[in-house]
Design a protein around this ligand. Structure first.
Ligand code: ADP
Ligand code: MG
Length: 141
């Protein structure tokens, strides 16, 4: 099943993340893919708010993993843009995150495709300049 949303502002993308965060269940792994600056982190911020996380959520680019534990469920926010080898994921202890009772959000998940669970939800965000600078198409499958 594929769902497609179209947004025209960061707030709308945030809101879609928020609604998904509200509905997220333990063990859910959400993969977030799309080019640099497309809105993955905006979506993640909404998602975190939907889980009831109050602190600021930024792209954890330099740490790969950021854990937030003050929401309804633990949130494991990955940004694997800078990962060199999937073995680095072992060092981080990703299995405890992917197969635990929290929720995972993985920016640039395609870079670790071989270790993604089959049950993962894939969220792709794309621009279409012909539809305007702030237009985004969000595909969930
Ligand atoms: P990424 O994490 O994918 O690299 P960010 O979420 O950090 O991207 O940044 C997205 C940028 O695009 C922000 O500056 C945001 O304000 C802007 N933006 C403009 N329109 C949208 C939209 N419809 N949805 C999400 N972000 C948007
Ligand atoms: Mg980001």
């Amino acid at each position: 099943m594929t769902e497609i949303w179209e947004t025209g502002s960061p707030e709308e993308t945030w809101r879609i993340g928020y609604d998904m965060g509200k509905c997220a269940s333990p063990g859910q792994v959400c993969c977030l893919d799309g080019d640099l600056g497309v809105g993955k982190t905006v979506f993640a911020q909404g998602f975190a708010a939907g889980l009831g996380i109050s602190g600021p959520v930024n792209s954890p680019t330099f740490t790969i993993l950021q854990v937030y534990e003050d929401g309804r469920l633990p949130l494991y926010h990955f940004d694997v843009y800078r990962i060199g080898d999937v073995e680095e994921m072992d060092e981080i202890g990703y299995e405890d995150c992917f197969y635990g009772d929290g929720v995972c959000l993985i920016e640039w998940s395609e870079r670790i495709r071989e270790i993604l669970p089959e049950t993962a939800v894939h969220i792709g965000i794309e621009k279409d300049v012909e539809r305007g600078f702030d237009y985004r198409r969000i595909t969930v499958r």
